[in-house]
Design a protein around this ligand. Structure first.
Ligand code: FAD
Ligand code: SF4
Length: 326
């Protein structure tokens, strides 16, 4: 690990000014991802700006019935918050399916949004990796790639976005509040993540110095239900092979509205408008769910070792839809 300087500002402006100086200055929140990356020499910041004294840990109901999650709200606090459990169970379930209780007590809403891929080559500096070292090649395409993505991939990177939280936030149509050197802006989560294309090192629209201050959840539609289902190699402490986040409203047996996002299979949290189109206006029945699953995975491009994920993701989605309307 390289030497680095450390500061713990108490004002947002100070934190942003410090980080805007260089892309080698990094914010640290829970540290559960960044410090790992530093120990592996994957991240080599010149300076760490600790944002834990900025008071961004509040969870606040909005006047219109939505919820604002401070960027430093811990994953455990969000998952167990009574409003989240009541109005956004998909988020509570997604968070509780991730990592371990100890990690969730440290991990934050903002840090989770930006956690890096678990692609083994990204984490091992002995191997070529376009995401870590642009232009060096992708070791995963011809190597063990069982865990990697089948949707949104490019010839330069097939890494999966590993987060559970972010799949739920995609289905909830969350908005991310950002403050940077040029002021404040709000970005819908659908516009926050970038596909790898030829620049897999760029994962989001953030610029150096941009600080995520909060995430806003819109009010839940009256009568809607939500659910998260995660399939993985073992029942706990494991990343998703496939997961599905559902927000659905059914009236008199017909699906009035549906939002679907998939995890474990995409290079970003994967909203499936194709599945939603196949569901909306149709009967809440298995035949409809099967069509939605086919639509969601139609463009999947499996790699040498992960073709099983196509069928697994379809079954995950059908099961999640079945449970969500039960
Ligand atoms: C063993 C293990 C198992 C895990 N299993 C799962 C799992 O099953 N599912 C899952 O979803 N996750 C899992 N995780 C990942 C975990 O959820 C993340 O490590 C955690 O959410 C990161 O949050 P943090 O606050 O610790 O981020 P940090 O490590 O502090 O930061 C991560 C990144 O975000 C940046 N950052 C942090 N906050 C901000 C902000 N407010 N504005 C701008 N940039 C910011 C940092 O600069 C850094 O680049 C696992 C982690 C471990 C170590
Ligand atoms: S899949 Fe992406 S992260 Fe993994 S080795 Fe290839 S370029 Fe790197």
């Amino acid at each position: 690990m390289d030497t680095f300087s450390y500061s713990r500002p108490t004002s947002l402006d100070r934190a942003i000014q410090s980080a805007a100086k260089s892309s080698r200055v990094k914010f640290v929140a829970g540290g559960t991802n960044l410090i790992d990356m530093m120990k592996l020499n994957v991240e080599r910041p010149s300076e760490l700006v600790d944002i834990n004294a900025l008071g961004l840990d509040q969870i606040t109901a909005t006047a219109t019935g939505g919820l604002i999650l401070g960027a430093l709200a811990r994953n455990s606090d969000v998952a167990h918050h009574p409003i989240v459990m009541r109005d956004y169970p998909v988020l509570s379930q997604a968070l509780l399916s991730g990592a371990s209780p100890q990690l969730r007590n440290m991990a934050t809403t903002g840090g989770n949004l930006l956690q890096r891929t678990r692609c083994v080559y990204f984490r091992d500096t002995a191997h070529a990796c376009n995401k870590r070292d642009p232009g060096s090649g992708c070791s995963a395409i011809d190597g063990p790639n069982r865990m990697l993505a089948i949707l949104g991939t490019s010839k330069d990177c097939i890494a999966t976005n590993p987060s559970d939280q972010n799949v739920a936030l995609a289905a909830l149509e969350a908005t991310i509040q950002i403050q940077g050197a040029k002021g404040k802006r709000s970005v819908p989560i659908a516009e926050f993540y970038l596909l790898p294309g030829t620049t897999p090192q760029r994962e989001t629209i953030l610029q150096p110095g941009d600080l995520i201050t909060s995430v806003t959840l819109p009010p839940p539609a009256p009568g809607s239900k939500s659910l998260y289902l995660k399939l993985r190699d073992r029942a706990a402490y494991e990343f998703a092979l496939a997961s599905a986040a559902i927000v659905i409203k059914v009236t008199a047996g017909k699906i009035v509205s549906a939002r679907v996002a998939l995890g474990g299979v995409g290079t970003k949290p994967w909203r499936s408008h194709e599945a939603e189109a196949a569901l909306t206006g149709q009967s809440a029945a298995r035949a409809t769910f099967l069509k939605a699953a086919e639509a969601a995975l139609r463009d999947a491009q499996p790699q040498s070792e992960n073709a099983f994920k196509v069928e697994l993701a379809k079954r995950c989605l059908v099961r999640a839809l079945t449970l969500s309307v039960a």
